[in-house]
Design a binder for this molecule. Sequence first.
Ligand code: PAF
Length: 281
Amino acid sequence: MTEVVETVAALRAQVNAWRAAGLKVALVPTMGALHEGHVSLMRAARQRADRCVVSIFVNPRQFAPTEDLDKYPRQLALDLDKLHRAGVHLAFTPSVDEVYPEGFATTISVGGPSAGLETDFRPAFFDGVATVVAKLFVQAAPDIAVFGEKDYQQLCVVRKLCLDLNLPVEVVGSPTIRDAEGLAMSSRNAYLSPAELEIARKLNKALRKAAAALQVGADETATMATARQEVLDAGFDGVDYVEARESLTLAPWRRGAEGRVLVAARLGKTRLIDNVEVRKT
Ligand code: PAF
């Protein structure tokens, strides 16, 4: 059975006991509404460490007032069942007050990879993510932490956070889990109607086509314009961005370098993000 703790003190007591016994600890930070993508992160964590902690916390600081904080899917009982079946040792399910007690006044702002892309549309998002992830790393003191490549910019921001603040946590990126038609697993897919799901499934196809075109030397501006049009033609209501960036730094992509094509597109009330690799040539 997965043990559940709600306080930082109880989390620390358990992790300290494991570390004192020489056990390696992995953390998988989540906001719950767990799906196959999360389970794959837990699997990666369990392969690399002796003990796996999963945090479930819908972090208010990474939602803008206009975003879906209130309607973000919350299903703790189902999630705990999934953790149990995935062999997770400890669930950390703090309250908002436990994470942000009265008077909390610190924000961590990571530069570098947070520039552009998501930040152009969600300006406070990475400050919220970096602040809660830094807190979780200090609270749980894990040896490693696993994040999905699906949120690729987030993964780069967390890596930079650890590098710049000398946080002794190895950040592991885990490949995106997709359905049979390539749709990236996301908690927000739960918002999609059956008709929207069919449209959403076309997003990764446009991305893959763009990445393949860049790999064989196609013009970057024209390729991104084509990808944008294909996403709109598929039925999306708008494309916030579709851009090629370098894999490690998220600086603008240089021809021949290892990169990522990243997209954010709107479908009804849902905003989907995805990315695919551009191989080094
Ligand atoms: O990717 C998420 O679910 C969240 O951004 C994270 C990393 C758990 C921080 O709240």
